[in-house]
Write a protein that binds this ligand. Structure first.
Ligand SMILES: Cc1ncc(COP(=O)(O)O)c(C=O)c1O
Length: 447
């Protein structure tokens, strides 16, 4: 098939997706795939959910669009009310955008403007972590610690300094407890702030549970509580990126609820609109909002499609379905089943070093050698091979490369829809098991 699209990779043609229902996507050849990653942890209610479609249709039939410099809309106001009502403590307002990178960009600029309005213009730097991803716009890319994605654009990026991720599988010392490791990882953030001069730093930025770059890595217990205290001590804001791990994915609406703390600003996106519409948001601490409200009253930012009523209506319907159908319970239940299924299938596998995650956000990390945790050679493209082998078996999983250190390492991320049942979880594990073995055999054979 000829194409006039600049696809993500210029190469072999992709299957054409034509329909979706529940956890299944069907292509134009009639092949069905279990969507076990929701794309990139997006489709959290599966495909074709009638309640969300009805809410979108109703909004389209009343008002398709109104520019936010002229009007607000009921759809946007209701979504904002809903998000604030269920937000972590201290969050009083939201800023509605069209995706994750836009949310991050807005959060970074809001944090900077907050300090400008407070008379602290010397704060110009961000501190963030390696092995993270915050989006592909220049600001979001600057704070991201995904070396491969940054490489070509590094000279164009705003100043960001990176510390180690909180990545127990690779960084915890053999005799160290999880808690002691978490405190050690947090202490590195404080050392970095002191080295830079905390009065020059705007914010520390982190994914609560790391997603695409390193594969569903939950923080060590106590890590984020310690980070919260460090940020408070030095007057630095804490921005949590829950674009991928938020909105129920880990079994609580916000991943940070499980870490017993709250950020100053938090970004959400993928699961917010569940893929029915492009939408993202920044959840804003009252003190940040007040800083602007008592200052210039103008956030010097904005896009044509912010607060678009159709995505807002879709996102509100998604939130209502999650509550009405008790989906957080299902996420926790099926998440446990997925973890134990993966442990049963891969617990003794020679090339699976770690099985991790929270809720329906899980990953396996592939290694050449379990003892030394040595990664495969990047040229072997183990993660890519597994993705392809899974697709031929009717399963979509999300591959990641550079897991260990930005260059080498492979993982497979799973993020099935919140509506998934036990039988489907078992099929996901079975097909993934077959795909991993087939991909490794293929790599060994050098084909
Ligand atoms: C944690 C995180 N932040 C930000 C983004 C960027 O979101 P988007 O692709 O919607 O711009 C992503 C996307 O994968 C993400 O995983």
């Amino acid at each position: 098939m000829t194409t006039h699209i600049l696809h993500r990779t210029i190469g072999p043609a992709l299957p054409v997706a034509v329909s979706g229902h529940g956890a299944i996507i069907r292509d134009a050849e009639g092949n069905d795939y279990i969507d076990a990653s929701g794309g990139a942890a997006v489709s959290c209610l599966g495909h074709g959910h009638t309640d969300v479609l009805a809410a979108m249709r109703a909004q389209m039939e009343t008002l398709e669009y109104a520019h936010t410099t002229f009007f607000t809309t009921e759809a946007a106001e209701q979504l904002a009310d809903d998000l604030v009502a269920h937000a972590p403590s201290g969050i009083g307002h939201v800023y509605l955008v069209s995706g994750g990178s836009e949310a991050m960009e807005a959060a970074l600029k809001l944090a900077r403007q907050y300090f400008v309005e407070r008379g602290e213009p010397r704060r110009t730097r961000f501190v963030a972590r390696l092995q993270s991803y915050h989006g592909n716009t220049l600001g979001a890319l600057a704070v991201g610690g995904n070396l491969a994605r940054r490489a070509a654009f590094a000279p164009l990026l705003v100043e960001a300094h990176h510390v180690s991720p909180c990545y127990a599988y690779r960084h915890r010392r053999p005799a160290e407890s999880e808690e002691a490791y978490g405190l050690r990882a947090a202490a590195e953030v404080e050392r970095k702030l002191i080295e830079l001069g905390p009065e020059t730093v705007i914010a520390f930025v982190a994914e609560t549970v790391v997603g695409a770059t390193a594969g569903a890595i939950p923080p060590a217990p106590g890590y984020f509580k310690a980070i919260r205290e460090i940020c408070n001590r030095h007057g630095v804001l804490l921005i949590l990126d829950e674009v991928m791990c938020g909105m129920g994915r880990t079994g609580t609406l916000h991943a940070c609820e499980q870490d017993g703390m709250a950020p100053d600003l938090m970004t959400i996106a993928k699961g917010l609109g569940a893929g029915y519409q492009p939408i993202g948001a920044v959840l804003i601490g009252t003190h940040i909002y007040d800083g602007i409200a008592k200052g210039s009253k103008v956030f010097h930012h904005g896009h044509t499609y912010i607060g678009h009523p159709i995505p807002c209506a879709a996102a509100l319907a998604v939130q209502q379905v999650i509550r009405r159908d008790n989906l957080l319970d299902n996420i926790r239940r099926q998440g446990e089943r997925l973890q134990s299924g993966l442990e049963e299938r891969f617990g003794n596998h020679a090339h699976v070093g770690d099985i991790r995650g929270r809720g329906l956000f899980r990953a396996i990390e592939l290694v050449a050698d379990r003892g030394s945790k040595a990664s495969f050679q990047p040229a072997d493209d183990i993660a890519g091979r597994i993705k392809r082998a899974a697709m031929t078996r009717g399963l979509c999983v999300y591959p990641g490369r550079g897991t260990a250190d930005g260059k080498s390492g492979d993982h497979i991320l799973l993020a099935p829809p919140f509506i998934v049942d036990a039988a489907t979880i078992d099929v996901i594990v079975e097909r993934l098991g077959d795909a991993v073995d087939a991909a490794l055999a293929e790599a060994k054979g050098g084909t």
